[in-house]
Each structure stands twice: as C-alpha cells, then as structure tokens.
Design a protein. Sequence first.
Length: 233
Amino acid sequence: MHHELQVVADSDAVAGTAAAFVARLAQACVQAHGRFTFAVSGGHTPWAMFARLAHEHVPWEHAAVFQVDERVAPDSDLDRNLTHRRESLGAAPAEVIAMPVNDADLDAAAAAHGRSLPERFDLVHLGLGPDGHTASLVPRDPVLEVSDRLVALTAPYMGHQRMTLTYPALARAQQVLWLITGADKREPLSRLVAGDRSIPAGRVEAAASLVLADAAAADQGPRRAGAQSPAGP
C-alpha cells in the first residue's frame, strides 16, 4: 500500500494537523452520504487530536465513532481506551460504538461485534508501536493470521488481553490516518513507509493512507517554513 508521508515539527503539530484533516473529511463525508464513520485506536496521541477537534467544525451529530481495539477490563477502568475516548469527546453528540469486552463469552461477543460493523469506514486512525505493532496486532500473536473474522481476541499483551479489528476489518477503510510521534518510532516508521510486511503495521491494507509524523519520528530537522499541509479530502 502506498503511504503519503507528511512530516511536521512536533507532537502538537501532529495533533493540530490531524484534527484539521479529520474535520475536513467528516464534513465531506456527511455532505456526500450523510454519515461519517470513524474508527479510533487507543493511546495518548489521539487524545491530543480530539482536544484539538473541539476547536474544529465537526458534524458530530452525523458521526459514528468505533474502537479499533480495546483492553479487556471493567467499565471506567483507566486502562480502557473507551474511558479516554468519552472524556475526549466531551459533550459532542457523536454515537460511540464500544467493543463488548465485558461480555461473558468474549469470542461470541467479538464475532457479533464484527457482524455489526459498517461495510466501510470513512476513516481509521492507527498508531505505531516501537515493535511495529498497530491496533492490537502485535508481533507473533496468532491474531495476525485471522482472516475469517473482522474482530478477534489477542493473547495477553502488556498485562491485558485485547479485542481488536483484524486486517480484513481495517481493509474496509477508505482512508487510514497514522499518527506517529517520538524518536522511538524511527525504525518502525521507516519500515512502514517502505512497505515492510514483516512488521504487523506493514500488513495493513486500505484504499488510501496518510502518515502524519513529527520530526523526531521521521529523523528530520524542524519542518521548513511554508511546507504544505496535507491536502483536504
């Protein structure tokens, strides 16, 4: 998959640029087909993006926000991505579709959740780990080979089992937006944009991919004055 790489100065610039991109795309999708379907990964980077989205015009009343992945943990647990997602959205009237990680039968719940997903996502946000993982698709986990389900469970990772969208689900994205910050992402970022399928992130397929990275992750100096922002949708 071809990745459009856009390098900005720092993590704050990543958040601001991403928020503007999401707002433009949301407006275009609602105008085109009345709804904006947006799947968001966990982690700190999207929190900053959502904080900036509060200052953008986003038609949240026509938006459905899905989870890319979630830890198996109780409701309101601080380890839950959903807890932070609701805090980030604040009073925005978006529909939030949570992964059913508290069901007694997690396998059945994952299968049912997969059947409820839309045929396409207008936008999927992804991050990138220092080990090359994205979503909760981590190296050597059997979930990497799941091809017959849209949602699956992982082996325990960093203290938690996870529920995650699989590669077939991510392939429903019309647009992927990667937010990548920090010097510890230099190697996996270079491998991602080179199309290295030996890392989990390198196996993601989608209709289009924009990678927003800060200078530290891209191993570049500060962004040049006058450099272009990503094109709108």
